[in-house]
Design a protein around this ligand. Sequence first.
Ligand code: CTP
Length: 399
Amino acid sequence: MLTNKNILVGVTGSIAAYKAAYLVRLLIKEGANVRVIMTPFAKEFITPLTLSTLSGYPVQSDNFNKDNGSWHSHIDYGSWADLMLFAPATANTIGKMANGVCDNFLIACFLAARCPVYIAPAMDVDMLMHFTTQDNLSRLSEHGVKIITPAEGELASGLFGAGRMEEPEIIVNVIKEYFRNSAILSGRKVLVTAGPTYEAIDPVRYIGNHSSGKMGYAIAQELLNCGANVELISGPVNLNITHKNLKLTKVVNAEEMHAAVIDKFPECNIAIMSAAVADYTPVKICNEKIKKADNNLQIELKHTIDILGDLGKMKKDKQILVGFALETENESENAFKKLVNKNLDFIVLNSLKEKGAGFGFDTNKVSIIDKNKFCQNFDLKSKTDVAKDIINKIIQISI
Ligand code: CTP
């Protein structure tokens, strides 16, 4: 499963560093090419000789060789790696990673890496729960670093709690799962819409909605993790996403989103329309700011173009079209009607009634209803996990 995958293992100064030896051995047994970088402090816990013998490659720790002055390029290491794994990752290294504190060769490689990064934290329970560590982990996670949650158990300090670096076998399974998934949608092009649209009333005001874009961006990120090429058409949001397989088109209103989507759809295999497109737009946009002198302001509105409906009409047999529905009554029935009217393969029904679901939250609760009226109800979960459920459904129906 890991044959010829280049894995860069970063070992930092924790007592759990002894587990890195077994981890490297397992990765090699799976067929991976492994290079190890140690922080200076990690060498107090386990010798470079152990890890270079197991990996079959000299262990690096410094930017240059102190004996002959030859340079070790962090850029070369960063671009060599298909995946970078920090195991164990100490609170100190996590803090440096989250803040770009580049005072050793390992962090320089992290900053230069273009590949996915996994970290297996190891520390005492209080250090793990400290707000600074939690903030740093959240920041890394927001930027796509995958955290392999530490296990609970007896810690080196004698305390009991969370903080034990996960066992090497489990870490290797996580890595194998990443490589299995990373190819599953390779060669597929997927169109995703995200966020709200803003419909201008005058130069300073607009009609909009509370959509944060988090659901659509999570879908785009998970598709990228599965190897897809993603065309993301995004309304105005406060989110960032970058990836070599991503093309991001920013739009403001429904008309611009419609134009971008119609342009890209013919070359896409799959389209997931998660944007909360405004349903109405002003008939006329005032060129000048409307003065409040008029007590009885009336704005005449017209329907925006139904983007999803147009895609349903254009859709070819092999294309998969997924829509979202937000209903407050007869939810499943109305969602299914939408699926039929818009010629969708399945529809994701958002529950607005559940606490923690919907606009602005990091969690969502959805049901997926397909063409055969088969309905799967999912629990409240992170938008990342909801995105995985949606992508699993796509994989199921496209095989
Ligand atoms: N949608 C769209 N174009 C619009 C409005 C909505 O493509 N002008 C898409 C959304 O991206 C979503 C789906 O339609 O995938 C459902 O949106 P929703 O607002 O629930 O449904 P509507 O079709 O607008 O119907 P209604 O508001 O009457 O329920």
